[in-house]
Design a protein around this ligand. Structure first.
Ligand code: WT7
Length: 645
């Protein structure tokens, strides 16, 4: 047997909310009778008007639409805050751990959160923000980030969070695309003892983002920033002038909640749009089911609010469930590789959710950083973002969790809103490296290149055959692109872009992206984006970018660059180009390797054969396959000879 099985621990089986048989029933019912199943689940939310309709959707071109609970009305922030006030107003909602370990942590009860969010909402209103307006949020991991999101939700504004690690250019592109007139930022962010000049980045973005009219600045570090009169407002000054009462705006179930830009295989990042009720239901339901969340537990999702994981599983899912959600400002390995485990001990974290890349980096530092902490409070571990290699899985299980804690490997995407394939800790036996089984309502299908549905144990392209409430609804400003990107490769199905194997037990094993998307440390990078950044450099004629295996990041970025004639390749230029991409997009897009290539392998029709470039980047030059269709087969020899490795 090539794979080991970790049965549900007895303690978990005994107190399981859902056991193995229960899971099978739930999943079966969800597909057999989705209407009544989802209307029943909808009761977990508090509605202004309870819906009578569940899913109403079609993935066919002629009648393409996706709606859930469309006749319902609710407010997302009221669901995350107000409805908990009577029962757990004094429970901690947000527990904040600062970057520096010697600084005090902060906490906000649901009652305090209510006041903060109302104030923030009133500040936005005072700036003229109305229902449907887009608000760009470019903040560090401070509690105000959660307040800002919930404040938008309260008044029906649509937030668009831009990760603090993105450059001014990338920020400007996202502001412009959704025509956001207001940006919320901070003077500076802090990560691993270093300052991030957020306000200065916003200033630099202005010239490419003329739509931006108002900048609300949260004082986070007290660092010096230049305030532009007429445009910039200090949050604390504005907040002092508004009341802490702001009634939640009743919203239609399908009114937009947020957009979040993500990379695809072509073109610029797209604004993934999520709407109100279906999204909230999905993240609340999956947060409770997959993490077996129980009232009073301290839950920590160690992601950044700049990514969908932070939206769904730091803010919306946990708060909808009345949880105590921990928010960490810093990075996993600062001041040293013990930090995560120290935070776990300090706050008695019971559920920890993090990414394989962080685990691999910490694992490489040695077990002693873990062993010197207690971690006694931990009950459950989670992972997300990329396939977890069995070695990292076992380390997480054996060393971090001391063999006691199940691991929930959750497969999902920005587009899916929340987890779609994941174990239920009281129900599902685990296999290291497998996200296991589909959640209720999820109907995965593996298809071959022709779209033929494959049955039984097999490998293919992962599609989802029917809609689920948390599904994205459109690409901001480009509904045709939404349909084109996800529903045309295999007609009538949502195509995820992932390859996947299903074993004889029906377990799913994600094998990675099959499109031109690279997964760097669990973050998506489109090869096309990095290529466009490279060709903007005056010395670059052409560029082709592929992923390559990377021990810590999962995948690294390998760039082939053809220089303009007369330009000389050099190590200096290599560094210049790496810095250039970092400036253009942000540090996560920095190529790990740059190979100068006098020519790229192209077919006679001019199409770059990426398959060959991927093989060379992987160092797998013995099986380049058929190169006879290339316009100039000799370029391959040059590429192989000059491989960077
Ligand atoms: C891509 C989505 C989901 C939030 C973070 C990333 C990969 C994600 C897993 C997992 C294997 C995974 C897929 C997916 N991925 N989780 N548990 N096992 N692969 O969101 O940036 O939208 O990226 O991440 O390739 O398509 P994202």
């Amino acid at each position: 047997m090539s794979e080991s099985l970790y049965p549900v621990p007895e303690a978990w089986a005994n107190r399981a909310r859902v056991d193995a048989a229960g899971y099978a029933r739930l999943h079966g019912r969800s597909l057999a009778d989705p209407g009544s199943f989802w209307l029943e689940q909808a009761k977990r939310l508090e509605w202004v008007k309870r819906p009578e309709l569940a899913g109403d959707w079609s993935f066919d071109e002629a009648d393409f639409h996706i709606r859930w609970f469309a006749d319902g009305k609710l407010n997302v922030s009221a669901n995350c805050i107000d409805r908990h006030l009577a029962t757990r107003g004094n429970d901690v909602a947000i527990l904040w751990e600062p970057d520096a370990p010697d600084e005090p942590s902060r906490s906000y009860t649901y009652r305090q959160l209510h006041a903060e969010v109302c104030r923030f909402a009133n500040v936005l209103k005072a700036q003229g923000v109305a229902k449907g307006d887009r608000v760009t949020v470019y903040l560090p991991m401070i509690p105000e980030a959660a307040f800002a999101l919930l404040a938008c939700a309260r008044i029906g504004a649509v937030h668009s969070v831009v990760f603090g690690g993105f450059s001014p250019e990338a920020l400007a592109g996202r502001i412009t695309d959704c025509d956001s007139k207001i940006v919320i930022t901070a003077d500076e962010g802090r990560r691993g003892g270093k300052k991030v000049p957020l306000k200065a980045n916003v200033d630099a973005a202005q010239q490419h983002a003329p739509a931006m009219q108002t900048v609300i600045v949260v004082k986070a570090t007290g660092g010096d920033v230049a305030m532009q009169p007429g445009r910039d407002i200090w949050y604390h000054e504005a907040a002092a002038q508004v009341s802490a009462v702001c009634p939640p705006e009743p919203m239609g179930a399908e009114d937009p909640l947020f957009l979040l830009y993500t990379s695809g295989s072509t073109g610029k990042p797209k604004g993934v749009l999520h709407t109100s009720a279906g999204y909230l239901l999905w993240v609340s339901y999956t947060h409770e089911l997959v993490f077996d969340y129980r009232p009073g537990q301290v839950y920590w999702c160690a992601a950044d609010i700049g990514w969908v994981t932070g939206h769904s599983y730091i803010v919306y899912g946990p708060l909808a469930n009345g949880a105590t959600t921990l928010m960490y400002e810093g990075v996993p390995n600062w001041p040293d590789a013990s930090r995560i485990w120290q935070v776990v001990d300090r706050h008695k974290v019971e559920i920890l959710y993090t990414a394989p890349t962080a685990l691999r980096a910490l694992m490489a530092e040695g077990d002693e950083f873990v062993a010197k902490t207690s971690r006694e409070s931990l009950r459950l571990l989670g992972t997300v973002g990329e396939p977890i290699n069995p070695e990292a899985w076992r380390w997480y299980h054996d060393v971090v969790g001391a063999g006691r804690c199940p691991i929930v490997d959750t497969w999902w995407q920005t587009e899916t809103g929340g987890a779609l394939i994941a174990p239920l800790p009281g129900a599902t036996a685990l296999k290291p490296g497998s996200a296991t089984l589909p959640l209720p309502g999820v109907d995965p299908q593996l298809v071959d290149a022709e779209g033929e549905v494959l049955h039984g144990a097999t490998e293919g392209n992962l599609c989802i055959a029917r809609s689920w409430p948390g599904q994205m609804r459109t690409v901001w400003g480009d509904h045709a692109r939404f349909f084109q990107t996800y529903f045309t490769t295999y007609r009538g199905k949502y195509f995820t872009g992932d390859g996947c194997r299903r074993d004889a037990d029906g377990y799913y094993w994600i094998t990675g992206r099959v499109d031109d998307v690279i997964n760097v440390s669990g973050h998506r990078m489109g090869t096309a984006e990095v290529e466009s950044a490279l060709v903007l450099h005056p010395k670059v004629a052409e560029a082709a970018v592929v992923g390559m295996p990377h021990a810590i990041k999962g995948q690294g970025i390998y760039a082939y660059v053809t220089l303009n004639s007369g330009e000389e390749p050099s190590d200096d230029l290599r560094k210049v180009l790496r810095d250039w991409v970092r400036q253009e997009i942000g540090p996560i897009a920095t190529p790990d390797a740059v190979q100068f290539a006098p020519g790229l392998p192209k077919t006679r029709s001019g199409k770059i054969m990426r398959r060959i470039l991927r093989k060379i980047a992987e160092g797998d030059v013995s099986s380049l396959g058929d190169t006879s269709t290339l316009a100039d087969p000799a370029v391959v020899d040059n590429l192989v000879a000059n491989r960077v490795g």
